[in-house]
Design a binder for this molecule. Structure first.
Ligand code: AHM
Ligand code: MG
Length: 334
């Protein structure tokens, strides 16, 4: 089948047999994410029209104000997966604790757990800038047939079975990997179907874009400051271009297509950076590596970090391989 007209639904069916542990469960899970993405997309697109903007008033565990659409997206993704009874547990950036599914039921037969950031970059919604959903899938480590525990969620990123994001941008796209490369699907809003538009996505090995909140420069570690100076230096292919949307999914997506590096380093204000290992960094790291890119905390591969708590934060450097390695070199030598 030609790539130009293959839908995500068809792609999932066609590729099911290549999943490591095939039983259709992962396909159903990706399908439910696809469905929830469409529902959330519809709501995000209406954001400017209906009175859904503004903080709901609740603050989440990170002490941030929640926007109404965060709450909506959180509910939709959790409900869609829970009602279809296809995962045994979900942890969300918007929830204080993980949700165990079917804990009253004798039949905890599902083997997958999902970690999700339902609407990342949501402070961008009220200014009509792209936001995204990020998800990460693992096989549970506790026995099937028992309620999930925290152990099932605190797995290293290198155990991920699938990961992806939805970008609610000028077009809405779903980009994901099951460990066999990265494919991107664009939503045709008239029909309501995602079409394979970006098969086998790859980070260029080198890039010329750096994305970092430079307003925090003064607080960055010396290695990052040195690397930024390197990016700005007049050389053959430099200075690089600076592009920072402040919406991880969008910055990552652009860098993957054009070649670039995204950084959210630690700073003297945030000792561990800002981004969450389990909901943001690991899934993006899995996608990056599957697309020939790299993700690091400056010293260590992101997916090799042993998580200790659900909402933990880590410094995050991710993108074109040679650029990430250059940044690591500056970190080592600082
Ligand atoms: P959020 O999960 O509260 O939306 O925060 C994550 C977002 C990322 O999408 C983005 O890259 C980063 O925070 C921007 O942070 P800052 O405004 O500090 O540069
Ligand atoms: Mg987030």
């Amino acid at each position: 089948m030609s790539h130009t007209n293959q839908t995500l639904g068809e792609f999932i069916i066609e590729n099911q047999s290549s999943f490591k542990y095939t039983s259709g469960e992962l396909s159903r899970l990706i399908n439910s994410i696809r469905l929830a993405a469409k529902v959330v997309n519809h709501e995000v697109n209406k954001a400017g029209l209906v009175d859904i903007l503004g903080a709901v008033g609740d603050t989440n565990i990170q002490g941030e104000n929640q926007q109404k659409l965060d709450v909506y997206a959180n509910e939709k993704f959790i409900q869609t997966m829970t009602k279809r009874n296809i995962v045994c547990g979900i942890a969300s950036e918007e929830e204080d604790d993980f949700v165990a599914i079917n804990s009253q039921d004798e039949n905890h037969q599902n083997k997958y757990i999902v970690l999700i950031d339902p609407l990342d970059g949501s402070s961008n919604i009220d200014v009509n800038v792209s936001v995204g959903t990020i998800f990460s899938v693992y096989r549970r480590v506790t026995p099937v047939g028992t309620p999930v525990t925290i152990e099932d969620f605190l797995q290293k990123g290198n155990q991920q079975v699938a990961a992806g994001y939805v970008i609610y941008g000028t077009s809405t796209m779903l980009v994901y990997t099951t460990g066999d490369g990265v494919n991107g699907f664009t939503l045709n809003p008239a029909i309501g179907s995602f079409y394979l538009s970006h098969p086998n996505m790859q980070f260029p090995e080198d890039g010329q874009i750096y994305s970092v909140n430079e307003g925090n420069y003064i607080h960055f570690p010396k290695g990052i400051k040195d690397f930024i100076k390197y990016c700005q230096k007049e050389e053959e292919d430099r200075p690089y271009t600076s592009r920072y949307i402040g919406s991880l999914v969008s910055d990552f997506h652009r860098n993957m297509i054009k070649g670039g590096i995204y950084m959210y380093p630690k700073s003297s204000k945030n000792m561990n950076g800002k981004l969450r290992l389990l909901y943001e960094c690991n899934p993006m790291a899995f996608l990056a590596e599957q697309a020939n890119g790299k993700a690091s905390d400056g010293f260590t591969r992101i997916m090799d970090i042993e998580p200790t708590e659900l909402h933990e934060r880590v410094p995050f450097i991710c993108g074109s391989k040679n650029m990430v390695e250059k940044a690591e070199e500056f970190m080592r030598n600082a």
